[in-house]
Write a protein that binds this ligand. Structure first.
Ligand code: C2E
Ligand code: CA
Ligand code: CA
Length: 567
């Protein structure tokens, strides 16, 4: 018997209470007592109650339950509610005439009990009020359900609501959609944070309206990424138009580029997070393609996903069986008449038993996303240090090397310590151990990075800013950064022969660097002509295929022998 069950929203201000009792008379008496102050719904046993609780989860303030009932008794109901994290927050008061049961119910997680028969209505009302108040206070403390800026469900709760939705709408055809504003960071930078916030807020409002009119659930994943569990018949072209129309104010409109990544018929996949991962994958697929704004998860992406997950599964074993190899690519100093070996960059390779040589361009981004990168990088750093120490011992020549560092590596509390310990262990000087940090790491988290880099340099390590010019670091930021080298993004060198503007950019970078008194490294240098021009412009450290491709340690040794002979 589901009195009021059809009504979803309760009257404003009144709390909703569920009474569970198998005796009609008892339900009626209590309902009568409470109906002035509360909205009341009832159930005749634990099972029916559980359905109602799941359905009204976000609205329900309290459950009053009898103990002895057919189907599912009060203790079982308590157990079921305690076992489910999303139901746990709803307080339960047990209705009983049995002293023994009172104690047991309290120790099983009930908040309070009310003795039958109900002969003191004021006391009962007061106890109920108190219990709800307590639970709500606690709820506020833990309340992270909604994102304060947009009023949307946050990621965690969004997933919970999708779960609930599925439970109650089996067979509904739904799509998982991730909505992303391209280069939102730039909008923030150009128009300021306040404007950026306004855009996000507007996005929130638009999405809520959309969900109200067409159904579905909306949430904010993080920053400029939003989630929409959408009815499958949604017209996404229209939806995109609606969103875009709402987004900009005046001429900024033109700059707002929204992307939709869609995993169609997502309800077929049981894991909610995976559905939205796939939507994200679809969206990321067109990230750099400004001609496309809507992208569906398809067979091609599915194969990629399989490949990626295979690589992740194989990681552990690869590490244990030393399938990962560190290769070395020389950097030459071309200032004098004859190029002189100055150092080498350590680059990881994976000799995969099934796929052959896998390029780091394939697995590094994957391992960065999944957090595996930290272990791999530490392996590389150790391996490189061990190798350099071995060369020193056999040739009496210490080759300075540089290692790559991912942004996530720097969040480890023992990040700097790891390097200092490593230097001690291999008896190497930190001055010969360079650390390459990509420019985008600085722009994403500049304070943290600056602190880390300072700590590294305090220990004597040298720091190179990798891929310089590919990100958005301002001159101002650069001037304040504690670094030792600038490593120009390969793109500049690559296009210098064909493109006058590129050449001009290189000149600019070299000007800035000389003003900051920082040496510049050029990488991706392939031709003699490029070396010549770079040298004329004042760039003296050169890395690239012109001198050598990255080589396994054994092959690289020839450079060390040569350097030793020339020394
Ligand atoms: P990166 O740090 O910018 O490394 C330079 C890349 O350019 C290397 O690719 C190198 O082989 C390639 N390269 C060098 N000279 C030339 C040239 O003259 N022409 C061309 N076309 N390419 C050249 P690789 O080894 O495939 O590495 C790709 C990226 O993977 C690296 O870019 C780096 O971001 C990442 N990576 C490599 N090893 C590691 C590692 O141990 N840890 C981390 N976190 N990332 C790594
Ligand atoms: Ca590098
Ligand atoms: Ca680079």
């Amino acid at each position: 018997m589901l009195k009021n069950h059809e009504r979803f929203f309760t009257a404003a201000g009144k709390r909703l209470i569920l009474i569970v009792d198998d005796e009609l008379v008892n339900r009626e008496i209590l309902s009568f007592m409470l109906q002035d102050k509360f909205d009341v719904i009832t159930a005749a046993d634990g099972k029916e109650a559980l359905d109602i609780i799941r359905d009204k989860l976000s609205l329900l303030s309290l459950v009053l339950t009898d103990i002895m009932m057919p189907e599912m008794d009060g203790f079982e109901l308590l157990d079921a509610m305690k076992a489910d994290a999303s139901l746990r927050r709803i307080p339960v008061i047990v209705l009983t005439s049995d002293r023994q049961a009172e104690v047991k119910s309290l120790s099983n997680g009930a908040s309070d009990f009310i003795a039958k028969p109900y002969n003191q209505p004021e006391v009962i009302l007061a106890r109920i009020q108190k219990t709800i108040e307590l639970a709500e206070d606690q709820g506020i403390i833990q309340s992270t359900e909604r994102d304060p800026l947009t009023g949307l469900l946050n990621r965690e709760f969004f997933f919970k609501y999708v779960e609930q939705f599925d439970l109650h709408h089996p067979g509904a055809s739904m799509d998982a959609v991730e909505i992303d504003i391209n280069h939102f960071r730039l909008i923030n930078e150009i128009y300021g944070w306040a404007y950026g916030d306004k855009v996000l807020n507007r996005m929130g409002t638009t999405l809520v309206k959309k969900a109200q009119s067409s159904g579905g659930i909306v949430g904010r994943k993080d920053a400029d990424k939003f989630l929409f569990y959408a009815p499958h018949d949604t017209d996404y072209e229209d939806f995109l138009k609606e969103l875009t129309a709402q987004m900009g104010v005046g001429n900024e409109n033109a700059r707002m580029h929204i992307r939709l990544g869609i995993f169609s018929n997502a309800d077929a996949e049981p894991h909610i997070e995976l559905r939205f991962d796939r939507a994200k994958m679809a969206g990321d697929h067109i990230k750099n393609d400004y001609s496309r704004q809507i992208s569906y998860y398809d067979q091609e992406l599915f194969s990629k996903e399989l490949f990626d997950s295979q690589l992740m599964d194989d990681f552990e074993r690869g590490l244990k069986e030393k399938q990962f190899e560190v290769w070395y690519q020389p950097k030459f100093d071309v200032k004098g008449d004859k190029p002189r070996l100055s150092s080498a960059e350590c680059l990881i390779r994976w000799r995969h038993p099934k796929f052959g040589m896998v390029s780091p361009g394939v697995f590094i981004p994957l391992f960065e996303r999944s957090g595996l990168i930290q272990r791999l990088d530490r392996y590389v750093w150790e391996e490189a240090a061990r190798q350099v120490a071995q060369w020193r011992d056999s040739y009496g020549f210490t080759l300075p090397v540089s290692v790559n560092v991912s942004r996530i590596d720097m969040y480890a509390p023992d990040f700097v310590e790891f390097f200092t310990e490593l230097m001690k262990r291999e008896k190497l000087s930190p001055e010969t151990y360079f650390i390459e940090i990509t420019e985008s790491a600085y722009t994403q988290d500049s304070d943290q990075m600056a602190a880390m880099v300072t700590a590294l340099r305090d220990q004597g390590f040298k720091v190179e800013m990798d891929d310089f010019g590919s990100g958005y670091s301002s001159l101002n930021m650069l001037a304040n950064l504690p670094i030792d080298f600038i490593k120009m993004d390969m793109q500049f060198v690559r296009s210098m022969d064909v493109n006058k503007k590129s050449l001009r950019m290189i000149e600019l970078i070299l000007d800035i660097a000389s003003y900051l008194q920082l040496p510049v490294i050029a990488e991706g240098v392939e031709t003699e002509q490029q070396v010549k021009v770079l040298k004329e412009l004042g760039c003296y450290i050169i890395q690239g295929y012109y001198f050598s491709k990255p080589l396994p340690a054994a092959e690289f040794e020839k450079f060390i022998k040569e350097a030793k002979e020339n020394a």
